[in-house]
Ligand binder design. Structure first.
Ligand code: UDP
Length: 242
């Protein structure tokens, strides 16, 4: 049962439980996908029915960001905590290195996915990365075919939202992979082209502020994010309805 946060269903899991659930999906027949809604996703989904439906059809939806956790608290449906996409991905990487499942990295600017692959292979001995492709392609079919030919079990789809979620739903089943995970800018972090906040900032729920300081150009995008708390409060006052 998912927890309804302003119309978007979120799985109430700890990071370890999320990795266990993701690992189980990796072993199941058929195609599955994971989404990592942050406040920006929730606000966008309130205005975009298709995006909302795609988020709500995911096999797993993780609370990627402290804003979603606060909104849940305001709504009176507290979650166990945040599960960032990047921490979830790290857990899956460890698992894949043990089980021999193969990974395809899709997204980011040309060269970034290759660099991320190099760094991930060094950090996770035994990890099988079967291919990479940048995220600025014009045609989907050749990319789908490349992933299929590579025999990928898992795809990290890092095209930004909502593009990556729509791509997973539309093309994921044709790739032959069992699991696709929408991970935004994670390849930039794995490649080292974007720095993640230090652990103390992450623990304090201030990762967003660190990111804003490092990438001030995001201000226009981020300034609206507290709206999720306003919307949550309004919904609570209306009796919990989104
Ligand atoms: N991106 C991409 N193709 C596109 C648009 C974006 O591969 O057509 C990549 C972009 O290079 C970046 C990631 O998608 O690596 C999105 O990053 P963003 O910071 O928007 O995502 P967030 O981490 O906030 O979810």
């Amino acid at each position: 049962m998912k927890t309804d946060i302003l119309g978007v269903g979120i799985d109430d899991l700890t990071p370890d439980e999320a990795v266990a659930a993701g690992s189980a999906l990796m072993e199941e027949e058929g195609f599955h996908y994971v989404v990592t809604p942050n406040p920006e996703f929730v606000l966008a989904a309130r205005k975009d029915e298709q995006f909302c439906a795609v988020l709500n059809s995911a096999d797993l939806a993780l609370a990627d960001g402290i804003g979603v956790v606060y909104a849940a608290k305001i709504l009176g449906r507290p979650l166990k905590g945040k599960v960032t996409g990047i921490d979830f991905a790290q857990g899956l990487l460890t698992r894949m290195a043990h089980t021999g499942r193969s990974l395809f990295l899709l997204g980011a600017k040309p060269g970034v996915a290759e660099l991320a692959a190099e760094k991930l292979r060094a950090a996770h001995p035994g990890l099988l990365i079967c291919g990479t492709h940048d995220g600025y392609f014009q045609e989907d079919a050749p990319v789908v075919e490349e992933i299929r030919a590579a025999g990928a079990d898992v795809i990290f789809v890092c095209l930004g939202a909502p593009k990556q979620e729509l791509w997973m739903v539309q093309h994921g089943p044709d790739t032959g992979a069992r699991l696709a995970v929408g991970l935004g800018g994670s390849l930039d972090v794995f490649a080292g082209t974007v720095e993640r906040a230090p652990e103390s900032w992450q623990k304090a729920g201030m990762e967003w502020l660190y990111r804003l300081i490092k990438e001030p150009s995001r201000f226009g995008r981020m300034v609206r994010l507290p709206l999720i708390l306003v919307d949550a409060l309004a919904a609570r006052l209306r009796g919990g309805r989104a």
